[in-house]
Design a protein around this ligand. Sequence first.
Ligand code: ADP
Length: 469
Amino acid sequence: MTRVLSVTSECVPLVKTGGLADVAGALPGALAAHGVDMRTILPGYPKVLSAQPEAKPVHRFDDLFGGPAAVLRGTLGDTVLYILDAPHLYNRSGSIYLGPDGQDWPDNPFRFAALCMAAAVIATDGIDGWAPQVLHLHDWQAGLTPVYLQQRGATHVKTLATVHNIAFQGLAPAHLRGALALPEAGFTRDGYEYWGKISALKAGLVYATRLSTVSPTYAEELMTPEFGMGLEGLLRQRAADLTGILNGIDEAVWQPPYSDLTGKAEHKRALQQEFGLDPAEGPLCVVIARLTGQKGLDLLLEALPALLAQGGQMIVLGSGEPELEAAFRQAAKTQPGVAVYIGYDEALSRRMMAGADATLVPSRFEPCGLTQLYGLRFGTIPVVSLTGGLADTIINASAAGLAAGVATGLQFHPVTGLALANAFTRLGALYRQRDVWAQMVRNAMAHPVGWDSSARAYADLFAEMTGAE
Ligand code: ADP
């Protein structure tokens, strides 16, 4: 068994703000079948501690960045969870990253440096009679770990830094490097310095043994100025160490309540009724997303007339930027074929996937994306921009894709309102060809979207890193 410690700031089902939590929560269980003993270390936020009342201390720190701390042993499904209980850093209400003013907690550099330090100590000294061979570092919050490992001389422990979204880099003022116990010598352009600041993400990308991100296409994109957010040069230098491994979905949770296209009809009718939509000639499309610029939803508003011209309908579930919320509310008011629910509701998102014909994901960038995977599983044809994980998971209904009988969705490029409008016209035409549509739905539902092949890819990577067979 390869022993791996996953170092993460969030983890399903305990605490989640984004897709990172889904990955951190799903991987340990999925990897067990592939000969990997993955344990997890997570900060002891109040809701983590209250969900794990049985957790017992297995290690103590007299002083971890300003106060005493302990590592508690709890459980994550059938795997081991280590909880870093450091009340001076984590015992506060509200969001895990943001204070009541909506800004980052001012001591965030210390809150996550503590997580990294605890991981480095566990890697060097072992815990509980167990010592990891590899540390799996998620995003900037785990980025300083390889620096602390090097300081502790634990060069035999390997590290994999995984980027879930490069937009978040964990920058801190330069004067904190002493207080963060960072070596002076590393504060250079080749080290953890980023334009005069400390960058926790860059530290991870410079010092980790290997790098990964959540799709092969995003891995390529990260090496370009358009997507690399200033770190593209570094990533190009480390191209040989960078891999893209797709996320999977939890198929036990995302199980369609039907086995083929005919079973969808009653769910479609129920969904239309729930939202007060009349039966229509064209495809019923859904959007389930954070309403932000990243997701390209302004393009959707621009292209909406093309969908409606096909007799199509659209239901939007999401919350986020006030202007987008207002614009979708307005569209619902003025267009009979459009309905909107502003909020976050997972049960509703499943009813929408079950009842819709198509799911729309017009993102400007998308490291992996989950909604198109749910769409495949539910036979709810994904209409996606050609970027990141959306490029890697959907087989476009191009002439070639259709002729070969393998298409699972529609891709559009460039990411503009016009290209999306053209995709809606294609969508309408495909939807009217019932045999072609039925074939696409069958293809989509048969496409593997679970964790199995990705878990194997991670297991192979860990084995390669440790020199195991
Ligand atoms: P990101 O992590 O960038 O938000 P992903 O597609 O990777 O995008 O993951 C988003 C997850 O959040 C999906 O599981 C999606 O279904 C869910 N989601 C987003 N908005 C909502 C909402 N308003 N209600 C329910 N689920 C939502």
